[in-house]
Design a protein around this ligand. Sequence first.
Ligand code: ADP
Ligand code: ZN
Length: 241
Amino acid sequence: MDETHGSSDGQNTTERKRKDEPKTNLIIFGPPGAGKGTYASKLAERFSIPAIATGDIFRAEVKTGSVLGENVADYLRSGRLVPDEIVNEVLKNWLNKPESGRGFILDGYPRTVEQAKALDEMTRIDAIINLAVPDEVVVERLSNRRICRSCGAIYNIKYSPKPKVDSKCDKCGEKLYQREDDKPEVIRERLRVYEKQTEPLIVYYKKRKAKFVTIENIQVDAPIDIVLQRILDGLKKAELR
Ligand code: ADP
Ligand code: ZN
């Protein structure tokens, strides 16, 4: 937990942060398939801060067969949300790690208003990057998505970035796999869940605009580098980076 946490002297906190702390606490937000993971990892690399993806954490736990993994497996398989208490606990543990001290980017959290409220108690957020993508694009994209087993790189076998050799990672040569929840029926369920439980968060955060910057409506209908530039421009305009 950082020192500025809980401080209520709005303006001063902001000024002090800009001068002394290059900390940037970001949320990347958007429907499944918007490319949250792709842009989170690009921003993480660029700013040398960790990307925290709750979905990745859960998938890793399922794989190792931990108690947590056993508790969340059914939710992941069906595309439903893991209960707030479980997710909030995972996040709290993560934010207590020293790596999060220089800033972080959250990918896939918060996903409910309850989680957003819990996050408010845990730390300060500087900006929310909101990705926008039409539903019909989501299903098409996700069903063609493949991920590297070893390094987590994300590919798309029909669109970009295509792996150079089919089903092998360009970066490390390992095999690519398809996520169990990237099947059409489950994708549609994830979209329903997003609309019902996660989209209302946009309104929640709009109401709290004074507290941080919202970089809104980033259209992800362009090549990755262009979308990344749109995000970076937004951050720059907000004088965050
Ligand atoms: P995507 O954003 O592409 O749908 P994620 O990898 O972020 O995928 O999440 C995969 C699954 O992990 C979700 O469908 C859900 O079951 C679970 N999950 C991840 N993050 C959360 C969260 N913040 N709250 C509840 N469930 C979550
Ligand atoms: Zn790889």
